[in-house]
Design a binder for this molecule. Structure first.
Ligand SMILES: NC(=O)c1ccc[n+]([C@@H]2O[C@H](COP(=O)([O-])OP(=O)(O)OC[C@H]3O[C@@H](n4cnc5c(N)ncnc54)[C@H](OP(=O)(O)O)[C@@H]3O)[C@@H](O)[C@H]2O)c1
Length: 143
């Protein structure tokens, strides 16, 4: 994993935070993306203190332009992108009978449309040498 570069969305807490710390400890340069910048900075400080390479990016994955900018920034800064972990997500749990349709809409936007935008961004914006090794953990690999 040494010298690889990974974007982790939803890196400001939970599984994304743990994944970022684990990859950084194994020599991966990690780009942390989420909406809560303060949280990302706190995690980045921990990674840096342990000797890891890290950058932080305030991104809302629903916004295609922000996702494209994220990919472009990381490729520009690091010269490559090997892995994109599409972890950002929302799991609002409630009985169907409550019909919390706004929550359903948010889940569809973040969990379904979000990764679709990220895939489009990955396939349209990256230079060919960076695309080939890309692997999207949540929905399988693309080439
Ligand atoms: N924990 C479990 O047992 C479990 C089980 C099955 C599936 N999952 C799924 O795994 C993923 C991570 O779970 P978790 O437990 O680690 O949840 P979590 O602690 O709530 O983390 C969710 C992450 O997604 C980010 N996020 C949410 N909406 C976003 C948006 N619009 N743009 C950018 N980032 C966004 C949040 O960051 P910001 O709020 O800072 O943007 C946060 O970093 C979720 O998709 C969850 O549904 C979890």
């Amino acid at each position: 994993m040494n010298s690889k570069v990974a974007i982790i969305t939803g890196a400001s807490s939970g599984i994304g935070e743990a994944t970022a710390k684990l990859l950084a400890a194994r020599g991966v340069t990690v780009a942390l993306a989420a909406r809560r910048l303060d949280q990302l900075k706190r995690i980045a400080d921990v990674i840096k203190a342990a000797g890891g390479q890290v950058s932080v990016h305030q991104v809302d994955v629903i916004q295609q332009g922000q996702v494209e900018q994220l990919v472009a920034d990381v490729v520009k800064q690091r010269g490559r992108l090997d892995v994109m972990i599409n972890n950002a997500g929302l799991m609002a749990i409630a009985p169907l009978s409550l019909r919390k349709t706004e929550e359903w809409d948010r889940m569809i936007d973040i969990n379904i449309k979000g990764p679709s935008l990220r895939r489009r961004s990955g396939t349209t914006r990256l230079p060919e040498p960076a695309i080939r090794p890309l692997c999207e953990y949540r929905f399988g690999c693309w080439h």
